[in-house]
Design a protein around this ligand. Sequence first.
Ligand SMILES: Cc1ncc(COP(=O)(O)O)c(C=O)c1O
Length: 401
Amino acid sequence: MSFLSKTLSRVKPSPTIAVTTLAAELRAQGKDIIALGAGEPDFDTPENIREAGKAAIDAGKTRYTAPDGIHELKEAICAKFKRDNGLDYSPAQITVNSGGKQTLYNALMATMNPGDEVIIPAPYWVSYPDMVLLAGGEPVIVETSLQTNFKLTADQLEAAITPNTKWLIFNSPSNPTGAGYSRDELKEITDVLLRHPHVWVMTDDMYEHLAYDDFEFCTPAEVEPQLYERTLTCNGVSKAYAMTGWRIGYAGGPVELIAAMRKIQSQSTSNPCSVSQHAALEALNGTQDFLAPHNEIFVRRRNLVVEKLNAIDGISCPVPEGAFYVYPSIAGLIGKKTPEGVEIDSDETFCTQLLQTHGVAVVFGAAFGLSPNFRVSYATSDDALSEACDRIRAFCETLSA
Ligand SMILES: Cc1ncc(COP(=O)(O)O)c(C=O)c1O
């Protein structure tokens, strides 16, 4: 009998972290690798935020804090929800955690009982299903399609709901597709939820500020105020403020749920890093002026990548509304062979061959629950992106029927 927990056998390691690690290993062996696997901005944390972190250290803000966050930060989060989303939360409705990942994990640990179902539209952020499994629940995967730009439809949601459904996990703009739901599209989803009062929505708004062109971000409790009492609005500073390493995520929701999440955190990790909390305070209260220039850079890179990928025979890439990912389909390449005779029978084979023969690391679609696709993270330099797309084209041109 294994010494390890049975629960662990239900879970797999994060494939995105695995691709990033493999690319780093190949690079360490001297190989010329362009890594487009990581889900983090290539910008440094803005200076005012870094300074706030340093000042917190010098001011001795280096001790334990309240387990789910300092009061000033909770107040800043309430102000953020009001300012950006028109949502009224009080500090008792706010939890601050060690990254957005912990926010979602605490919420699932606080609510899952055996047999509880969580609806997860695919493609999904890799951690959702495994976190549900770790918490003892059952992920119910609903596959979207290229035809709806990877967005869940009201009919699909309606069909997936059962008496056991507890949550819908909603993510817009999305990792891995960058797809963002318009207000009308989201209203169709919230209308379905209104008809099923036992279903709650966990909305992961991590990419809220990474929205491009004229796309207007919106979140479920704002679009349908009647859902406020059964919505957990999750967000964090990692992506918009280039603070992935600082580890601060947060959420607003019903007091009882937030208290349950606090209990879990107080018995596991306790408070998120005190210094990071002070840096996050500055991120939310300080200037937001760098967001627009960052987004300009992201739009330029998105356009570059979409254009270059769509010019490749066999690849089809929709233009996403936000985040820093594209999720091209390789349906036109499945069944072809490499010059060495390897058949491209899946997106995983495609990505492995691409990495081995042309040194480009991207993540295969099966990791996100929808194939045959791959995810490109365009949070890297224009030159690296351009070269990577040229290599992808060169690789695809070596494939034959
Ligand atoms: C959709 C989504 N939610 C949550 C997270 C977690 O963010 P954090 O680094 O703050 O834990 C990520 C990170 O990749 C993400 O893409």
